[in-house]
Design a binder for this molecule. Structure first.
Ligand code: ZN
Length: 364
């Protein structure tokens, strides 16, 4: 946390965004940083997966020899008499039950060639000749009770729709269609379950650098050090007017939408990108301009970068005006924005033959 905001013992900096918001998934308006608890659960979870998937390995036979009791058939065996690391791994079950997470249900058997030996092989019982499937049941007794019959009907319907193939039977990890276990996917699922979404609605655009994305993310949450935000938090004791126009108190919305300098910047961006007239009431409106731009997805994504870099350049100019007493000119802001954004778009987007002339004409 301190590292994230550049804090140290001698350098007390403000934490602008609450940790709970930082750990939200990017899709939910956070930064997707993983809390330790979830990282830990995901890594423990990996052992469950390994236990199932690596059934012939020595370590698994070792665990079975220690923990398996003959009367139970748990997801992973655990003998409570024996303390140690395996206990922590096995007790993950309690977490899954307590949080009612779907993760308990995601390891599924996948029949391939039907040769997996569970005391009875699927291939010994099911014989497929072309379209016809026949069964060679070796019942100790006929299914009698209602429960047994309904299980039997269930089994028949599962088998009749199944087509065997030449792959080996295996365990599959079944989240979002994936078949291989991945810690990062489990983390993502857990974080989704952990968080209720109420994010900034920010769309990450990796054609712009992370620092620009981060800046816009904070801007949309109104967590940047404008005069108003510093005043509100008691860091400065007197409200200060916008340094760019000198007309109004410096709030985020003012700086981005109603400030004279910003409005000239948006006019120029609109004219350059051939956009319909831009009307802005709040910071969020800026990040929606590209959605109404029309044209290809590539064009929209490029306009999105331009909007982000424009916000970034306005902020840079504001800082230079405040801390270096530099004169602010909208032309300088848009000039810097154009040269930065072509640099980033050219190398990250893979748009073919993008050169300066084409860029200046916004010929995309
Ligand atoms: Zn202003």
């Amino acid at each position: 946390m301190d590292f994230f905001w550049g804090r140290s013992e001698n350098n007390k900096r403000t934490c602008w965004v609450a940790w709970d918001n930082i750990t939200k998934d990017k899709e939910d308006g956070g930064l997707g940083l993983c809390p330790l608890k979830i990282a830990n659960i995901a890594l423990l979870r990996k052992w469950w997966w390994k236990y199932r998937a690596q059934e012939h390995d020595l370590w698994r036979r070792f665990i079975d020899a220690i923990h398996m009791t003959p009367r139970t058939w748990p997801s992973v065996p655990y003998n409570k008499q024996i303390t140690g690391t395996w206990g922590c791994i096995a007790q993950l079950e309690n977490y899954i039950i307590a949080t009612n997470t779907e993760l308990g249900k995601v390891i599924k058997g996948k029949v391939g060639d039907g040769k997996k030996d569970k005391g009875c092989k699927v291939m010994d019982r099911c014989i497929r000749m072309g379209q016809i499937l026949s069964f060679d049941w070796k019942w100790k007794g006929q299914p009698g009770s209602g429960d047994m019959l309904s299980e039997f009907m269930n089994l028949l319907s599962l088998l009749s729709n199944y087509h065997f193939d030449s792959r080996e039977d295996q365990w599959a990890w079944n989240i979002n269609g994936a078949t291989e276990f991945s810690v990062s996917m489990v983390k993502k699922e857990l974080m989704k379950e952990d968080n209720n979404s109420s994010g900034s609605g920010f769309e990450w655009n990796l054609w712009a650098p992370i620092k620009v994305n981060l800046f816009v993310w904070r801007l949309l949450l109104d967590r940047i050090s404008t005069a108003y935000n510093l005043y509100k938090r008691g860091i400065i004791h007197q409200m200060v007017d916008c340094k760019l126009c000198g007309d109004s108190p410096e709030t985020t919305d003012h700086m981005v939408t109603s400030c004279y300098i910003a409005s000239v910047v948006w006019q120029r961006v609109g004219a350059w990108c051939k956009l319909p007239p831009i009307f802005l009431f709040s910071t969020k409106d800026v990040m929606e301009i590209h959605t109404q731009a029309g044209g290809t997805d590539q064009r929209k994504k490029t306009i999105n970068v331009i909007l982000m870099v424009s916000l970034w350049s306005i902020w840079k100019a504001r800082n230079k005006a405040i801390f270096e007493d530099e004169q602010v000119e909208p032309g300088k802001i848009t000039g810097e924005m154009k040269s930065l954004s072509i640099l980033w778009v050219k190398y990250r987007s893979k748009i073919c033959n993008l050169d300066w002339i084409r860029w200046l004409n916004f010929d995309l």
